[in-house]
Design a protein around this ligand. Structure first.
Ligand SMILES: [Zn+2]
Ligand SMILES: [Zn+2]
Length: 421
């Protein structure tokens, strides 16, 4: 029997972590949840008692990679990831140490060990762990993001992690498997809705920028450091060659990493050209210029929990506008701003008079894409993960209604994926 032990991302988004058991035990992702309902970080179930052989990390987002250094408090297994994932993990893990300090369940020594035990694995390349073969496939989600295809004893297991089928300015879209699989472990983040069509949304975003900037305002885009900030640069430049763009926060370092990886980006040359045309904010002088009006600021943090994005709001003139392009967890500043027109700064609530908008530039598959993935792979067993309670459950119910054997597991569950004859 091939088994899946669910340690997180089960009826929730965040802390993706699974142990796949074939002839070996392998971790599929080991992430954390950055904000739980109380605004605190939470972690997946421990693997200290599990004798692991390797880990495969789908991509660098902390909800998939953030707990990897914890492995090295008790184990010395190799972890496989693409080179961009490794480079971005380096940035995000260092940032975690800075932000969480002593509260983090791992420290600098474990971070260093984790960096040492990395093994590169490229898209469409294979590696064997025992008798099980593992292959990475482009997930179209962020640079270096992979789906994991495991083969053991004639059985195929596909773990999608986070994927996007539709092409974006940076990625061609997930590489769909050409074969049926025996088990599909699939994200459910947006199983109940479609994202707006990309081109139309880009146009709307570009129009808003044009209007605001023309009036002498600044458009502030609080943005995720990984993926979204880089995509926004490409989108803005595709429509406005000359609008000054200021990039601030951790997005700057990540953008330098993106610019290293020709093979992992669409239109790489244009991306590099666009990046060369923007200002990486380093000085106070540049911060002042950024808010002077007539500009766009792309800055972390995406949910406005700290980072320069939060600080900029104080200096925007009254013709300015704030546009969110990513999901904000309830209770975060990004959510407060969109729903109540307020920000929490150092414990005080501030009213913000500026117009605030949300545009759904999601890097995840929409409803139709998820069902397409199921139809293309025609799995004998489906495990619906990485979706909140209601969504994951409804997704599994719908799939059952279509005749599939589907389940939305709870944390701690052990699921039989396929029988070995
Ligand atoms: Zn992700
Ligand atoms: Zn995720």
């Amino acid at each position: 029997m091939i088994k899946l032990h669910c340690l997180g991302a089960s009826r929730e988004v965040g802390r993706s972590a699974f142990v796949l058991q074939t002839d070996r035990r392998v971790l599929l992702d080991y992430g954390m949840k950055i904000f739980d309902e109380a605004g605190k970080p939470t972690y997946p179930d421990s693997v200290e008692d599990v004798k692991l052989d390797a880990a495969f990390i789908s991509h660098a987002h902390l909800d998939h990679s953030g707990f990897v250094p914890k492995i090295y408090t008790h184990s010395k297994i190799p972890w496989y990831a693409t080179p961009p994932t490794y480079d971005i993990c380096d940035i995000l893990w260092k940032d975690s140490m800075k932000i969480q300090g002593d509260e983090l369940p791992w420290g600098n020594a474990h971070y260093k060990k984790a960096m040492k035990y990395w093994q590169p694995l490229m898209y469409n390349h294979r590696v064997g762990v025992g008798e099980t073969n593992f292959e990475f496939m482009d997930a179209g989600h962020i640079a270096g993001a992979a789906m994991v295809l495991a083969k053991y004893n004639g059985k195929k297991i596909l773990y999608t992690a986070d994927f996007k089928s539709e092409a974006t300015r940076l990625h061609a879209g997930a590489k769909m498997p050409r074969e049926n699989v025996d088990a599909l472990i699939i994200e459910s983040t947006y199983a109940d809705r479609e994202h707006p069509e990309r081109k139309g949304l880009e146009k709307k975003f570009a129009d808003e920028i044009y209007e605001t900037v023309n009036q002498g305002g600044t458009v502030l885009c609080p943005s995720f450091a990984v993926g979204r900030s880089q995509e926004l640069i490409r989108i803005i430049r595709a429509y406005h060659r000359d609008v000054p763009i200021y990039l601030d926060g951790m997005a700057k370092t990540v953008t330098h990493v993106y610019a290293k990886y020709r093979k992992y980006l669409q239109d790489y040359d244009r991306f590099v050209q666009d990046v060369e045309s923007i200002t990486f904010v380093e000085s106070m002088e540049e911060k002042k210029h950024a808010t002077a009006g007539g500009n766009v600021i792309v800055s972390t943090a995406g949910m406005m929990e700290g980072g320069p994005a939060l600080n900029y709001t104080k200096y925007l003139n009254r013709d300015s506008k704030i546009i969110f392009t990513g999901y904000c967890v309830e209770g975060t500043n990004g959510w407060l701003l969109q729903n109540k027109g307020q920000l929490r700064v150092e414990g005080n609530m501030l009213e913000v008079e500026l117009p605030v908008e949300y545009m759904d530039f999601s890097a995840h598959a929409g409803r139709k894409d998820l069902f397409d993935m199921v139809k293309k792979t025609n799995p004998g067993k489906i495990v619906c993960i990485h979706g909140d309670e209601a969504r994951a459950e409804k997704f599994a119910e719908e799939l059952k209604g279509m005749g599939y054997d589907a389940v939305a597991p709870s944390r701690g569950d052990k699921i039989d994926l396929a029988k070995i004859s």
